[in-house]
Design a protein around this ligand. Structure first.
Ligand code: FES
Ligand code: FE
Length: 446
């Protein structure tokens, strides 16, 4: 590998001190570090592209991105999924420009090169006359040489991931010990999940790591300030506000490898009640669907006690079990992120519940949603501040939970701490710094 070399590996390692929790703010604003990120983090990690429900039938496709690289995700005749670079090998035009559809082939709108749904170049206008066809008179041009770059593809319980790196560990190894926590949303029923509505897309002028880190590790903002106005205004009118208490019991999980993390409150359903309303809370916590979920998940963790969970699979796959918004933070330079989100729900949930998930997500975690705007405003303000020279000159504090007595909760698998902690954030930045500074999977591999 030829690395972009503007920062030495040693300098990059020192940007984050995960032991005591110090973060150099330049990791959010430096253009050269961003170029290195594209190469070493995004071209080597498993990235969330969508849900199997986005492409149920042969020929169904969506166009999306792996970081800044445009890709086509397409269902094959045998049911498998291919992901390839959405870049015509002729002069680099995007092969497919619509957001989604069903296709027998993809024809580039520049000069008409056509690719089949597996990504093979199958037709070149005036091929014989202009290029010569290798099979007939050997002029050296062979369509087989000019298919777009293919990514590795794998799925985890309905979610589609892809990775450019042949050497990277397989998806299951990559997810490490985080899978039980993903299952809280993805594996509540034999029927799995289905996706509601299409892909919602928003641009937020902030670095992708603010969003990814918050979903990985930050229940603190929900329990202290950011969402309070939204929560209080959503409570039923007969609630005595002076009696409202914020949840204070819960845990956080830091994956043993990979930078993934999650956090949740224990047993206190008031926050979920305020965000999603009684119908969703009853569906999630009581009755046959909740009992079935617990019987599937109970061997691994007490999912019925976990509320208002947030989670990030490093680097850019985030979701909120219970609220069921799922998103990819597509980076757009150090100062901007495109949020592509969709909603999942148990495939066998009653129609009324599916509709309630759709409605409540529009009010909460959506472009116009109350809580999405609370979060976005924080990230935008932090990013704006980082334009200043002095604002980039001293480390930010990620020390919460470091050095305090171990609050590991043995009811939950893996390394857990108190819910208000930055342990998972330290895990995420530790893994980020390793990906950024270690060129070989020999040392990076779990
Ligand atoms: Fe696609 Fe020329 S760029 S056919
Ligand atoms: Fe939030």
């Amino acid at each position: 590998i030829k690395w972009v070399k503007k920062w030495s590996n040693e300098e990059i390692k020192n940007l984050v001190d995960q032991e005591i929790g110090l973060i150099d703010p330049r990791i959010y604003s430096d253009q050269d570090l961003y170029e290195i990120e594209l190469e070493r983090v995004f071209a080597r990690s498993w990235l969330l592209l969508g849900h199997e429900g986005h492409i149920p039938k042969a020929g169904d496709y969506i166009t999306t991105y792996m970081a800044e690289d445009p890709v086509i995700v397409v269902r094959q005749k045998d049911g498998s999924i291919k992901v390839f670079l959405n870049q015509c090998r002729h002069r680099g035009m995007r092969i497919e420009r619509s957001d989604f559809g069903n296709a027998k082939s993809f024809t580039c709108t520049y000069h008409g090169w056509a690719y089949d749904t597996a990504g093979n170049l199958v037709n070149v206008p005036f091929e014989k006359e202009a290029f010569c066809d290798k099979k007939e008179g050997d002029c050296g041009f062979d369509k087989a040489d000019w298919g777009p770059l293919q990514a590795r593809v794998d799925t985890y319980k309905g979610l589609i991931f892809a990775n450019w790196d042949e050497e990277a560990p397989d998806l299951l190894t990559y997810l490490s010990d985080a899978t039980p926590y993903m299952d809280v949303m993805l594996d509540r029923t034999e029927a799995g999940t289905e996706v509601i509505s299409g892909m919602q897309k928003t641009v937020i002028p902030c670095n992708w790591k603010f969003a990814a880190e918050q979903f990985c590790s930050d229940m603190y903002h929900a329990g202290t300030m950011s969402h309070l106005a939204g929560v209080l205004s959503s409570l039923p009118p007969d609630v005595d506000l002076s009696q409202v208490k914020l949840p204070s019991t819960g845990n956080q999980f830091r994956a043993k490898w990979g930078g993934h993390g999650t956090g949740w409150f224990n047993d206190d359903f008031s926050l979920l009640q305020a965000i999603m309303g009684p119908k969703v809370v009853d569906y999630w916590t009581k009755g046959p669907a909740a009992e079935r979920a617990q019987s599937r998940l109970g061997q691994k963790l007490p999912a019925d006690r976990m509320v208002a969970q947030h989670m990030t699979i490093f680097p850019t796959c985030s979701f909120l079990p219970g609220i069921n918004t799922v998103r990819t933070w597509h980076p757009r330079g150090p100062h901007e992120v495109e949020v592509w989100s969709f909603i999942v729900v148990d495939a066998d949930a009653p129609e009324e519940i599916k509709e309630e998930y759709r409605r409540k997500n529009i009010f909460t975690f959506n472009q116009g949603g109350t809580y999405e705007q609370d979060d976005g405003e924080n990230w935008v303000e932090v990013q704006r501040g980082l334009r200043g020279h002095k604002a980039r000159s001293q480390p930010l504090c990620a020390q919460m939970g470091a050095g305090v007595p171990n609050k590991n909760n043995p009811e939950f698998p893996g390394k857990t701490s108190y819910v208000y902690s930055e342990e998972a954030a330290r895990g995420m930045y530790h893994h980020w710094a390793r990906m950024m500074s270690e060129p070989s999977w020999e040392t990076l591999r779990p």
